[in-house]
Design a protein around this ligand. Sequence first.
Ligand SMILES: *Cc1c(COP(=O)(O)O)cnc(C)c1O
Length: 355
Amino acid sequence: MYFTAGPAELYPRFEEYLQEFVDEQLGSISHRSGQFKKIYQHTDEQLRALLSIPEENAIMFTGSASEIWEKSIQSLVEFESFHLVNGSFSEKYYQYSQALGRQADALNKPMGEGFSYGEITVPEYAELICVTQNETSTGVQTREADIHKLKRSHRNKLMAVDMVSSAPIPELDFSLIDSAFFSVQKSFGLPAGLGVWIANEKCLKKAKQLKSKGNSLGAHHDLPSLWKNAKNYQNPATPNVMGIFLLGKVAEDMNKTGLEAIRKQTDEKAKMIYKFFEKKDGYEVFVKNPDHRSKTVAVINTERPSSEIINHLKTKNMIVGAGYGPGKDSQIRVSNFIANTPEQIEALLNEIEKF
Ligand SMILES: *Cc1c(COP(=O)(O)O)cnc(C)c1O
């Protein structure tokens, strides 16, 4: 059982869907064929239904989420971006903007702390506000209401939301959020190698403006070319057909269960995890403010070296992650993804209780 923050425990029906992919020889079909377009369309429709994504928006596929960090800066920022930084992933998004020669501004918070709307001042000339909804390195979330308020008070700026390690759990309003993205090896429970980029027409307009002024959007699949292809259920190059196929199947499954039920179960499991560690001697929930605790990745301080706990759990066939960066030896990270069933979480907590 994998309680890692990604790659993670696989979706229960992954093997069945993979077998279907093999049986139908989909690994050999042309990515320009009608058969492929049907696969893309199915995944597009299932994701749209799952996340309530408006018709106008495009759903585009890349190789990873970090690729979308780069592309979103290249296509949406001429001069200046603004980042909420409170851990390693939000920091990297900020560094991508710097590396691309943009002026990147950041509001920084210490590890383990989150952002609330009232304390955020966005620089006047920032074109893109970059928010990491779930900071995987520290187990900190930014609540949807805060993200929505931030966007509403800056309607003339674009907003990009990194929801890589929480999608589809956050209830983001896609009629408001300009751009959001995730990859599939976290809460969708699939093998890595596919990034999903959702963007609205304001993003497309901005990218076209930059291009028409002579700015480079990068050579590899800029937003306008991904957009144009996506609207025809295509990709500029040969995409990860297997990943797109599997994502469509898993999203369809989630639609059948109902996202509301999935969100409720995620909340209940998260409560179980945090309640356990709040009471357990030798452990401490890293994120002090309950409102800022991630629903999908719990970071726990450990009194003894985290490797002792991780190694013990390994003997019970349970794989738990170490802390990220500076927290490596003194923290564990426990995923609470959709594929982590209540029974698995219970079994893990029982094992830690006994240890
Ligand atoms: C994992 C992760 C990424 C990077 O995703 P890749 O698919 O590995 O590129 C970006 N942001 C967050 C918050 C993540 O957890």
